[in-house]
Ligand binder design. Structure first.
Ligand SMILES: NC(=O)c1ccc[n+]([C@@H]2O[C@H](COP(=O)([O-])OP(=O)(O)OC[C@H]3O[C@@H](n4cnc5c(N)ncnc54)[C@H](O)[C@@H]3O)[C@@H](O)[C@H]2O)c1
Length: 344
């Protein structure tokens, strides 16, 4: 039984507390928040959990094995660093930190101290994303041409980060995971319509190896809530709609082939295939439960998490490149990946 302390009990923290409380091999003994109101609410839900406004009490508690951080992004690095220093394993919500520099330091620090560092990239624990990864790597979709994704809604406007840092971590984490790859270069255009300097709409193009292109649209300024990803392959195409409860993935047996024999351009012909549409049945387990269980299992077995510190850092490198490209009106920014495999 591992003992967990949770720091940050705002919107997302209580979901993490609920899951760690309900797992067979973990228990939550303490939670921290600077808001007494949030702590009173937590006490009402879980009377046996100790509460504190000083997160250091959790870090200093020798009974606590692992610390879960669900505070605003700007505080992730400071809290995670002192937790690792105190010998705790750390689960930090996405994104890992608010800069590549701080993210790199955390990955190196956790690696050096042999502590598990996991980032809350929840989507890599969903049945839908894992099904897409399976379909890509079994060759069912053929060669992947491109991926396009929309994650838009009206709000919620954040104060400390722009829309790219708020919403695109999900898409970048999903794309890196399903492709088992990482972008070599990025170009992005962002707009700040409502508040100066904080982009609320952005269009990001990611260039992966083997000519795979991806596009992500993120926005806090859209009348509809859309979470849709289209993967187009040479054999089949699929649409993943995360808002749909029953038909999250639709696989289209559609494609275009060039007729093999032609002598002149006039004879050049394309044939279109309009085949069946299939909807795979997906496991409906709560992804956050799988994610929390995975964190505990990785601590117990000393294994590298699926959403490891390095995975989180690769997402930060892409976010940083998107930011630099936006400042340069969409110029292509190449990404250099540090070699951190030895530190994990
Ligand atoms: N994985 C997901 O799908 C998902 C979804 C939502 C949010 N998140 C992430 O969770 C994190 C928190 O987001 P949120 O929406 O819950 O934010 P929030 O503002 O609702 O909650 C953050 C809480 O942290 C507390 N806090 C701030 N500084 C603190 C400190 N030094 N010590 C203790 N408590 C402190 C605040 O009082 C607040 O209650 C962010 O990193 C966000 O990206 C992840």
């Amino acid at each position: 039984m591992l003992t967990v302390g949770v720091i940050g009990c705002g919107y997302w923290g209580p979901n993490l507390i609920r899951n760690f409380v309900n797992l067979k091999n973990s228990r939550v003994t303490a939670c921290a928040d600077i808001s007494q109101e949030r702590l009173d609410h937590m006490k009402q839900l879980y009377p046996t959990i100790e509460t504190t406004t000083n997160f250091k009490e959790i870090i200093d508690d020798p009974e606590i094995d692992a610390v879960v951080i669900a505070t605003p992004v700007s505080s992730h690095h400071t809290i995670a660093h002192v937790a690792i220093e105190a010998g705790k394993h750390v689960f930090v919500e996405k994104p890992l930190a608010d800069s590549v520099e701080k993210g790199t330091k955390l990955v190196e620090f956790a690696g050096g101290r042999k502590r598990i560092l996991m980032v809350g990239h929840t989507f890599v624990y969903t049945a839908a994303v894992n099904k897409i990864k399976e379909l890509i790597h079994s060759g069912d979709l053929g060669d992947i041409y491109y991926i396009s994704s929309s994650r838009v809604n009206l709000g919620i406007f954040q104060d400390d980060i722009n829309v790219v840092w708020d919403l695109a971590p999900h898409d970048i984490s999903i794309m890196n995971y399903i492709l088992n790859s990482r972008p070599e270069a990025i170009s992005a255009i962002g707009h700040s319509y409502i508040r100066p300097e904080i982009e609320d709409v952005a269009f990001i193009t990611l260039i992966y190896p083997n000519s795979v292109h991806a596009n992500i649209q993120v926005s806090w300024l859209n009348p509809n809530k859309i979470r849709k990803t289209t993967v187009v392959g040479s054999k089949k195409m699929l649409v993943y709609d995360d808002v749909s409860s029953l038909e999250k993935i639709r696989i289209y047996d559609k494609g275009v082939t060039v007729q093999p024999h032609y002598d002149t351009f006039g004879e050049f012909q394309l044939s279109y295939r309009y085949g069946d549409i299939s909807i795979p049945k997906l496991d409906d387990a709560e992804p956050l439960k799988i994610e929390c269980q995975h964190f505990i299992d990785c601590i117990e077995k000393g294994e590298l998490p699926r959403s490891s510190g390095v995975h989180g850092l690769e997402v930060l490198l892409a976010l940083d490149a998107a930011g630099r490209s936006m400042k340069a009106q969409g110029q292509i920014v190449h990404i250099e990946y540090p070699d951190l495999t030895v530190t994990e």
